[in-house]
Design a protein around this ligand. Structure first.
Ligand code: AMP
Length: 138
């Protein structure tokens, strides 16, 4: 699938629409999922044009997973759970709905998660969680 630079995550990277940011460096960005599958659900995305795993350059893959490690450690501290589901969907047939590569990090207990919510979460709550997680990132 060709990369469309008008997708929502490309707009977030360019600062055209807001997000509840957790972490950013030169190759990656992490922010709260706006329709979370569980409290503290975060996303990590690369700052490169990639729809899915097969499009990802090795250096950006390494950067995404390095950021994911930082974020999950911070989620554990803030959400008080050891369980973090790491999920990443490739292609619409697999359920992918935003066509910019992204890794989900979902704090949870076994069998707790289902499909993501169909409505936006409370923004004050998302902002508070993003701030708490941001504060403990090392
Ligand atoms: P996927 O189904 O793997 O493509 O996941 C897309 C995710 O992006 C879903 O969990 C959505 O809740 C999330 N999402 C969609 N729009 C936004 C947005 N503007 N900010 C943050 N998360 C979003």
């Amino acid at each position: 699938m060709a990369y469309d630079n008008q997708n929502i995550f490309a707009k977030i990277i360019r600062g055209e629409i807001p997000c509840h940011k957790i972490y950013e460096d030169d190759k990656t960005l992490s922010f709260m999922d706006i329709m979370p599958m569980a409290t503290g659900h975060a996303l990590v995305i690369p700052k490169c044009e990639a729809v899915e795993l097969s499009d990802m350059p090795a250096d950006y893959l390494q950067a995404v997973f390095s950021t994911a490690q930082k974020v999950m450690q911070a989620q554990r501290q803030v959400l008080n759970t050891e369980g973090i589901v790491q999920m990443q969907l490739n292609n619409a047939q697999a359920g992918q709905s935003v066509f910019h590569y992204h890794v989900h990090l979902i704090p949870t207990h076994v069998h707790e998660i289902g499909k993501h919510e169909d409505k936006t979460a409370n923004h004050e709550e998302l902002a508070k969680l993003a701030e708490q997680i941001r504060q403990v990132i090392v």
